[in-house]
Ligand binder design. Structure first.
Ligand SMILES: [Ca+2]
Ligand SMILES: [Ca+2]
Ligand SMILES: [Ca+2]
Length: 427
């Protein structure tokens, strides 16, 4: 550095203290490094002297290294001033981090959550990943602490350390007396939900399926343990109507849906199906709709067209019902997944999904795994914008999918649910 330059810098340094922070000042950059474009690249003799490295010599773009003691604003001011007529542009060497990486060790194998996760939960390397891009969405928003998502399934593992913190809690029962229906809702000791199979207050999972769905929506993220859930914080309501062998009845399905509605769930996540069209089940779904709840439903695993042969509850034509097909890691329809241009609006990852079970973690596939991805993204959106109605949510989820050419003829939107696109839309 020449003497005159030092003097100039010293003056600029003093002046710069009074200058308000520019936009770059709020950003992260590599200290002492700048990206510079010169107007006339042919007169770049100076480059060697100034400790420069070509980024694109043809276009005159160089990486400039300056002593780290120099203040960034001074360097920028100097090179933007008349003293440096050959400099067209100079910018700090910004650091970009648009993808949030949580601390959960199994996150790397959650190919359904991040395009950067290119190993599936069977340990196989995959060529490309079409995830829900929640790692990018997390840069916008991460939690839904007020949002209750009812997992209407086999229950949720109460003791799982990656789940228990995000269980919904019925305060009156938690602080109340055992054997007493403290909140007077008709159910005794329903602390985290209710078990309609055994008619008891504990809806602990004795199968694994319900915990798997719950983990996708809201396993505790960034806790240095297990997997990441779509929502760092959320309220998972355990509504058990499927038995230890995964079987339930119409009787208990109606009770389960009504319980979730009565206790204020905003989203009902349904990874089950069967039976013919039931007037009474449809009316329970309508009651959920009247309470403003979104009813997410797995499209089914028969590989068939739901437009021709409907699958219930996914095919009930109530406007809070949102049927979900399963996509593979590459974004195509999974071979087992039902589809329907008219009856299934979107797909979500449902192939090789890693999530929580009663104890530990398991890799599972099915539209059962796809539906909770949509429920989870819906909860995240609601955590970000609490005033969204179920119709807003449904519209947003479908409208912001990532288009996949092969899905064009399979699901209404022709795409896979995308958390990042959705949050960008409502940012
Ligand atoms: Ca109660
Ligand atoms: Ca009680
Ligand atoms: Ca975790």
């Amino acid at each position: 550095m020449k003497k005159s330059e030092i003097v100039t810098l010293a003056i600029l340094l003093l002046i710069s203290l009074k200058v308000s922070a520019e936009e770059w000042d709020t950003q992260e950059y590599v200290p002492g490094e700048y990206v510079v474009q010169f107007k006339d690249a042919t007169t770049m003799r100076l480059s060697e002297d100034l400790n420069m490295k070509a980024i694109d010599a043809k276009r005159g773009i160089y990486l400039l290294k300056r002593p780290m003691v120099e203040r960034t604003e001074s360097v920028l001011a100097q090179f933007r001033s008349d003293q440096s007529p050959n400099v067209a542009v100079i910018e700090p060497n910004y650091i970009y981090r648009s993808f949030y990486r949580p601390s959960d060790p199994l996150f790397e194998t959650q190919s359904s959550l991040s395009d950067l996760n290119t190993t599936n939960c069977d340990g196989e390397q995959v060529e490309s990943t079409v995830s829900i891009e929640v790692d990018r969405a997390w840069e916008i928003h991460r939690t839904a602490p007020e949002v209750i998502v009812a997992v209407i399934d086999t229950g949720i593992s109460y003791g799982h350390s990656d789940l228990k913190e995000n269980l919904w809690t019925n305060r009156a029962e938690a602080d109340g007396l055992p054997g007493v229906d403290d909140d007077g809702n008709g159910y005794v000791d329903d602390i985290h939900g209710y078990n309609f199979v055994d008619n008891v207050g504990t809806a602990d999972d004795d199968h694994g399926h319900g915990s798997h769905c719950a983990g996708v929506i809201g396993a505790k993220s960034d806790n240095h343990e297990g997997i990441a859930g779509i929502n760092f914080e959320v309220q998972l309501m355990a509504v058990k109507f499927l038995s230890a062998s995964g079987i339930g009845t119409l009787e208990n399905a109606i009770k389960a849906i009504d319980y979730a509605t009565q206790m204020g769930a905003a989203i009902l996540s349904n990874s089950w199906g069967g039976g013919s069209k039931s007037q009474l089940l449809m009316e329970a779904i309508e009651r959920a709709r009247d309470a403003g709840a979104l009813f997410v439903a797995a499209a089914g695993n028969d590989g068939k067209d739901n437009d021709v042969n409907p699958t219930y509850p996914a095919s009930y034509e109530v406007d809070n019902v949102l049927p979900v097909a399963a996509s593979t890691i590459q974004g195509d329809r999974a071979w087992f997944s039902n589809y329907g241009l008219r009856s299934v609006p979107l797909a979500a990852p449902g192939h090789y999904v890693y999530s929580t079970v009663q104890s530990g973690y398991r890799c599972m596939s099915g539209t059962s795994m796809a539906a909770p991805h949509v429920s989870g993204v819906a909860a995240l959106a609601l955590g970000f914008r609490p005033n969204l109605s179920y119709l807003d949510l449904k519209d947003l989820l479908v409208r912001t999918v990532r288009p996949i050419p092969s899905l064009k003829s399979e699901v209404g939107s022709g795409g896979v649910v995308n958390a990042y696109n959705l949050l960008r839309e409502i940012e």
